[in-house]
Design a protein. Structure first.
Lengths: 84, 370
């Protein structure tokens, strides 16, 4: 798994919920009101299942899930990307 | 003994009595624990039964058919033990999880307060830091079966926002006051709980501080909704069975009620509801088994459908029974009262409608992004 694969997968997941607006990888999807509070759990379920990670309570700060960039960074910190 | 054998011999014949007496004997929970029902949803690695979700759902449906009061006790136990298994720190899990998954102890769920219901993130119970402990102060209301419960999952406010913590019932400062005469789920008598300077260690915090609503309450209510979806489906099945038996034996105008087509229409509708509710919770179970993000909406939809359909079916079952349906000799009046509760708990049905609509407004929208 490369960082860019992960980025595409995270974007594709978010795009299912954000249908008619453009958003950048750095945009805070919660602050933009693009996704609702239910998304927090859906995002955790998606990332854990798709990338085979198990988040600790410390990981679950909402700021780690607020944008595509933040989620990719969190996945990176959990060591899921193959060395280039 | 099989679970169904136990339900037929020890639950179904006693469910009306539990409803009247507003209590379920603790032994029943121990017996169900022996049959593996209390820890079925927790993984084997964490000391639970690790049963397939669909199998757990079948057990919940079967219990719900016999007694929704008992089903509600299984629900709050599942919710609190799930929360601990999913969000608890290792120390708290070691202290509490074995006794909860084995059924030696029962877990309860304290979110609702006298002034806070649907707007759950605004709970007013205070969790104040006192060294390595929390000092818990506040009032919870409508806590199911609190007299049976050993440890509560309590939601309160910290400086960082809503946070969940375990509070054993026997902790000094905890007072449990039963509420008699509630419409339904009477066997699992709801209570008011007051917490006056109750001190519990911080290691019993469940989930990240400040995330008690976003993660802990929302995922725990999701488990609760799955239980209520399955249980309500069982309740619809109970309505069909009672209605079919009654309509076949009761005669009016010289023929059994079952030969009157307007009665057949009611039976057709409740049978269809049963099949649809059963299919919806099974679809949710499949998504839950695979840990899919869609499991949340599948579960919400299943709970919303099953609970409204249970209310309709129970209403029709009372209609088919006529005056007998309102009296103490037939269980349908209990079904009617219990069904009403399913539309309120684990997120009221208005909250479910909001979630389903918000999801639909995305999922069914024609894509317009460039
Ligand atoms: C028998 C029983 C057992 C229970 N067991 C437990 C338990 O074990 N633990 C626990 O924590 N709680 C428990 N509850 C409480 C239950 O979860 C609450 O009743 C439920 O969350 C609704 O809250 P409320 O009753 O305060 O209603 P309110 O929040 O005051 O709402 C009143 C009505 O307004 C509707 N409403 C509210 N906000 C909106 C909105 N934004 N849009 C549209 N409609 C809205 C609601 O759907 C409801 O119909 C129990 C309740 C009962 C009756």
């Amino acid at each position: 798994m490369t960082q860019s694969d992960a980025r595409s997968k995270v974007r594709a997941f978010l795009e299912k919920f954000i249908r008619d607006q453009d958003f950048e990888d750095g945009d805070n999807v919660f602050a933009l009101g693009l996704v609702n509070s239910l998304m927090a759990m859906q995002l955790v379920l998606f990332l854990e299942k798709e990338f085979g990670v198990k988040f600790t309570n410390q990981d679950l700060n909402l700021k780690n899930f607020r944008s595509v960039d933040a989620m990719v960074e969190l996945l990176g910190a959990r060591g899921i990307f193959a060395a280039a | 003994m099989t679970l169904q054998g136990y339900i037929d011999s020890a639950i179904a014949p006693r469910a009306d009595r539990w409803d009247c007496e507003e209590r379920i004997p603790r032994q029943v929970l121990s017996d169900l624990a022996g049959l593996g029902v209390l820890g079925a949803h927790v993984s084997i690695a964490q000391g639970g039964g690790g049963r397939p979700v669909v199998e757990w759902g079948e057990a919940l449906e079967a219990v719900g058919e016999a007694s929704m009061s008992l089903l509600s006790v299984l629900t709050i136990h599942a919710m609190s033990s799930y929360a601990l298994a999913r969000w608890g720190e290792a120390e708290a899990q070691q202290e509490w999880l074995p006794s909860l998954t084995s059924g030696a102890k029962l877990g309860g769920f304290c979110l609702t307060e006298p002034t806070i219901g649907c707007d759950a993130k605004s709970v007013t119970t205070r969790l104040e830091e006192a060294g390595d402990s929390w000092r818990v102060t506040g009032t919870k209301r409508w806590t199911s079966a609190a007299e049976l419960v050993d440890v509560f999952l309590v939601f309160g406010q910290t400086d960082q926002g809503p946070t969940a913590v375990l509070v054993p019932r026997e902790t000094p400062g905890v007072t449990v006051t039963p509420i008699s005469g509630v419409l339904g789920f009477r066997g699992a008598r709801a209570c008011e709980l007051t917490f006056k300077d109750v001190v519990v260690p911080k290691r019993w915090t469940i989930g990240p501080q400040g995330m008690g609503f976003s993660y802990v309450a929302s995922s725990t209510l999701d488990v609760g909704r799955f239980c209520i979806a399955c249980g309500s489906t069982g309740l619809i099945r109970a309505c069909v069975r009672a209605s079919v038996d009654y309509a076949r034996q009761r005669k009016q105008f010289g023929v059994p009620l079952s030969e009157h087509q307007l009665i057949q229409a009611l039976i057709a509708d409740m049978t269809t509801s049963y099949k649809a509710a059963n299919a919806l919770w099974r679809q949710a179970a499949k998504a839950r088994e695979e840990l899919l993000p869609s499991s949340i909406m599948e579960t919400t939809t299943a709970k919303y459908f099953a609970s409204t359909a249970a209310s309709r079916a129970a209403n029709d079952a009372v209609q088919i029974h006529g005056a007998n349906g309102c009296g103490p000799d037939y269980p349908v009046q209990r079904y009617f009262r219990d069904a009403r509760i399913t539309e309120l708990i684990e997120g009221s049905n208005q909250m479910q409608q909001v979630m389903i609509a918000q999801d639909a407004l995305n999922a069914f929208a024609t894509r317009r992004r460039r």
